[in-house]
Design a binder for this molecule. Sequence first.
Ligand code: 13P
Ligand code: SF4
Length: 304
Amino acid sequence: MNQLQKEILELKNEKNAIILAHNYQTPEIQEIADFLGDSLELCLKSSQIKDADLVIFCGVDFMAETAFILNPDKKILLPDVSAECPMAHMLPAKEVREYKRRYPDAAVVLYVNTMAEAKAEADILCTSANAVPVVESLPQERILFGPDMNLASYVAQKVDKEIIPIPEGGHCYVHKMFQPTDIMVMKKKYPEAEVLVHPECNPELQEIANQVLSTGGMVNYVASSPRKIFLIGTEVDMVTRLLRENPDKTIIPLLSEAICENMKLHTLEKVKNSLLNGEFQVTVDPEIADQARKAVERMLALSR
Ligand code: 13P
Ligand code: SF4
C-alpha cells in the first residue's frame, strides 16, 4: 500500500465510511475498496449497508444513484462528479413513457445502467448477470428491454419471448470497440486460450466466444476453471482483478484499448477529497426514488 492509500484507509475509519468499487476501477482503487464487484453485486451490497454513515462509490452515476435509492438516509459520494455512464443517458424517462404508450401490453425491463427517472418507469431492473432469469420471471410474453441492444439480443436468444430493444442503437462505447478479428488475431497467438466476452459486446463476438459473462461471472469462471489461459473481452481493468486473484493463470485483455474513461475519472486523490470534504453528494428526488426502488427491489428479490 502506498502512503495515500494508507491515509485513505485511516480517514475511512475516522469517518465511518465504506468504499464500494466496480471491477473497472484502477488497481490502486481496487486495493482500497471494502467491496469490489459487478453491478448486481454492488446493488446487493448497497442494499445491505447498515453501520456506515458515508458511502464512497467508485463507479459511475447510475450506480451511485442506485445506492442512494436503497439508502436514502445515507450520504452517497462520487469522488468525481462527472463520472457518468454514457449508455445510461441514452434512454431518458420520457422515451420509456413513449414506448410504454406504443406497447401497452409489454413489460418494461431496464438494465441497471439507466438513470433513476427511467428506472422509475420500469417494472423490474436487471444487470448482465441476471437479465435472462429476470425476463423469464415475468408473465408477459412481450418485453421492452433497454438501453443496451447487445444485451437485448443476448437475452432474445436465451428466452422464448418477444424482446423489443429500446431505444434503437443503445450501446456501450467500450464494448462496441471489440471486433471478431480481435478474437481471431489473439486466438492465433494463444490457440489454447478460452475467450470470455461481456454481453454488451456485439452479437458476432458473442457467437464465437467460449463464454458470455458479466464481470462477476468472469471472476467466478476464471477462479473455478481448470483452464490456464484466458482472453478477456471487457474493460481492461477486469484483467487487473483477475490476475491479482489468479496468479497461476495467464489472463490477457482481448483489446488493450478497451478503457472506460468514465470509470477512470476516480483517483486516489479524489477519494481522499470525498472523505475530507464530503464531495460529491448524489441524491435522487424522493418521489422518483420511491418509484425506482420498487423496480430495484423486485430484481434484488430474485437475486438474493
Ligand atoms: P457488470 O459489471 O455488471 O458486468 O457490468 C459492466 C458494466 O459495463 C458496468 O457499467
Ligand atoms: Fe457505461 Fe460502458 Fe463504461 Fe460500463 S463500461 S460504465 S456501460 S460506458
